[in-house]
Design a protein around this ligand. Structure first.
Ligand SMILES: Cc1cc2nc3c(=O)[nH]c(=O)nc-3n(C[C@H](O)[C@H](O)[C@H](O)COP(=O)(O)O)c2cc1C
Length: 166
């Protein structure tokens, strides 16, 4: 049995975490909803399918996010799975305080949350649960409706940059 289980976890630098965990390739989503003052949204890559029965999905929201608390208070949201070519959209929805929807085309999902034009797929949810996850919250959404476009390739995020499956 190894005795030295490595350095004290607190000593693992965020930089090392990003360096190593950036090897985990993922898609990119924009989580949207309709707040009291109009549409809101933020870019997220920690999205995953959690459960088929019941139909649940999950993502992790940073404690630093200004948008997540606004979506939480609404209680429903749409996960937009970005397509290849959506790099600008991804960057735009990652800037805190920006007018993120200016000039962005969208239509309402059944919940009323924005579905951005030309996404790969969308997943309309109600907020099911939230759990503490260090400097993020673990969010669970119950899927209420969803759909996907045929033959639209996803935007991929790998080692801190955007990639395409083309
Ligand atoms: C590719 C990419 C992936 C991201 N993934 C996440 C994530 O999984 N969770 C999160 O809370 N923020 C994530 N962010 C950062 C948020 O998008 C950003 O902090 C947020 O949009 C800031 O705006 P807000 O204050 O309006 O929420 C990501 C940003 C980028 C560019």
């Amino acid at each position: 049995m190894p005795t030295n289980r490595g350095t004290d976890p607190a000593e693992i630098a965020a930089e090392k975490m990003r360096f190593v965990l950036g090897r985990f390739c993922s898609g990119v989503v924009v989580v949207t909803s309709m707040g009291a003052d109009g549409p809101v949204g933020f870019t997220c890559q920690s999205f995953a399918s959690l459960s088929l029965d019941p139909p649940l999905v999950s993502f992790f929201a940073s404690h630093g996010s200004k948008t997540w608390p606004r979506i939480r208070s609404v209680g429903w949201f749409c996960v937009n799975i970005l397509a290849s070519g959506h790099e600008e959209i991804s960057g735009r929805f990652a800037v805190s305080g920006a007018d993120k929807f200016a000039g962005v085309a969208w239509r309402p999902a059944p919940s009323g949350a924005p579905v951005l034009d030309d996404v790969c797929a969308w997943v309309d949810c109600t907020l099911e649960a939230e759990y503490p996850g260090g400097d993020h919250d673990i969010v669970v959404g119950r899927v209420r409706s969803l759909d996907a476009s045929d033959d639209v390739l996803p935007l991929v995020f790998y080692r801190g940059g955007y990639r395409s499956l083309r």
